[in-house]
Design a binder for this molecule. Structure first.
Ligand code: HEC
Ligand code: HEC
Length: 254
C-alpha cells in the first residue's frame, strides 16, 4: 500500500467513525489548507473537517486544544495553519503512529487484514488516555481516600454512560485490592471497598472485596458478615464460598 492509499484508508475510517458518532461538519472553511504534513494534501474541505471533528470527539476537546486561537474566546481568530500549540505536533505523531500500526503491525499481530485502531479506541473521550483505577489509586496516594471518593463521584457524574471510564464494580475492586497490597493504605482500601458496595449494592463481588480487606485487618467477624452478605446476593459466588471455607476451617487463626 502506498502512503497515499494508507492515508485515504485512514481518512475513510476516521470519517466513518465521526459519521457514526453523528458529528456535524463545522462551518465550511473554503480556504485551502496550507500546512498539511500527514493528511493527504488533496483532501476536500468537508473531509478535513470530518476528520477534525472526529479527532476532537475522540479526545473530548475543542479545536483550540490543538489550534492557535489568537484572541482568547474568539473563534474567528483561529489560525488553523499555525503550529504554535504543541498538541498539534503530538497529534501528527499520533496519526503517523496509528497509520504504522494499522498498515503493518496490527494486521500482522492479529492475523486479520482488517485489524485497526483509531484515536477513539485508545482515547475514549480523554486527551490523555487512562483508566478509572489508575486515576483513583493516584488520587488516594496523593490526597487520601476521601479525596478519591470525591473524585469517583465527580467522574461518575461527568462520564457515566460515555464509555470513557469503567463504572462496573471491577474498577473500584481493582483500586481496593491494589491499595490493600500496602499496609499503609489498608484503611484507604477499606474506604474504597465500601464505596464499591454503596455504588453497586447488588454486586456480590463488591462484598467479597470488603471481606478480603477485613480479613487482612484481622476482623474475622466483619469478614464473615461481608461474606454472608455476598452469598445472600449470589449463593453461588465461588470467591465468597472459597473465603467462607477458609475462614471457618479449624486452625485458620494466625
Ligand atoms: C488533536 C488535535 C487536533 C484537534 C482537536 C483539531 N485539529 Fe485541526 N489539525 C490538527 C493537525 C495535526 C493538523 C495538521 C494535519 C497535517 O499536518 O496533515 C490539523 C489541520 C487542520 C486544518 C488545516 C490547516 C492548514 O491550513 O494546514 C484545519 C482547517 C483544521 N485542522 C481545523 C480544525 C477544526 C475546525 C477543529 C475542531 C473541530 C480541529 N481542527 C481540531 C490537529 C487537530
Ligand atoms: C494506541 C493507542 C493510541 C492511539 C491509536 C492514539 N493515541 Fe493519542 N495518546 C495515546 C497515549 C497513551 C497518550 C499519552 C497520554 C499521556 O500523556 O499519559 C496519547 C497522547 C496524545 C496526545 C497528547 C495529550 C496530552 O495530554 O498532551 C494527543 C494530542 C493525542 N494523543 C492525539 C491523538 C490523535 C489525534 C489520535 C488519532 C489520530 C491518537 N492520539 C491516537 C494513545 C493513543
Amino acid at each position: 500500500m502506498t502512503f497515499r492509499t494508507t492515508a485515504r484508508v485512514a481518512v475513510a475510517a476516521a470519517l466513518a467513525l465521526s459519521l457514526a458518532a453523528g458529528a456535524r461538519p463545522v462551518r465550511a472553511d473554503d480556504d485551502k489548507p496550507t500546512n498539511l504534513k500527514v493528511l493527504p494534501k488533496d483532501i476536500t474541505g468537508n473531509d478535513l473537517h470530518e476528520v477534525m471533528n472526529g479527532w476532537s470527539q475522540a479526545l473530548g476537546v475543542h479545536c483550540d486544544y490543538c489550534h492557535e486561537m489568537k484572541t482568547p474566546g474568539d473563534f474567528r481568530s483561529m489560525d488553523w495553519a499555525s503550529d504554535k500549540v504543541g498538541h498539534k505536533e503530538v497529534a501528527r505523531r499520533m496519526y503517523t503512529m496509528m497509520a504504522g500500526l494499522n498498515t503493518t503491525t496490527l494486521p500482522k499481530a492479529a492475523g486479520a487484514p482488517g485489524a485497526a485502531v483509531s484515536c477513539v479506541i485508545c482515547h475514549r473521550g480523554l486527551p490523555s488516555p487512562t483508566t478509572l483505577d489508575k486515576v483513583l489509586v493516584a488520587v488516594t496516594r496523593e490526597k487520601g481516600a476521601d479525596a478519591a471518593v470525591g473524585k469517583y463521584k465527580e467522574l461518575r457524574t461527568q462520564y457515566y454512560g460515555s464509555g470513557t471510564f469503567d463504572f462496573t464494580p471491577r474498577a473500584l475492586q481493582a483500586v481496593a485490592l491494589t491499595l490493600a497490597d500496602d499496609k499503609a493504605t489498608l484503611d484507604a482500601a477499606l474506604t474504597i471497598a465500601k464505596l464499591n458496595v454503596e455504588q453497586n449494592p447488588t454486586a456480590a463481588s463488591a462484598q467479597v472485596v470488603v471481606a478480603q480487606i477485613l480479613d487482612l485487618k484481622q476482623d474475622k467477624v466483619g469478614a464473615m458478615a461481608a461474606i454472608d452478605a455476598a452469598l445472600k446476593l449470589d449463593p453461588q459466588d465461588r470467591h465468597a464460598l472459597f473465603l467462607k471455607r477458609q475462614l471457618t476451617q479449624p486452625g485458620n487463626g494466625q
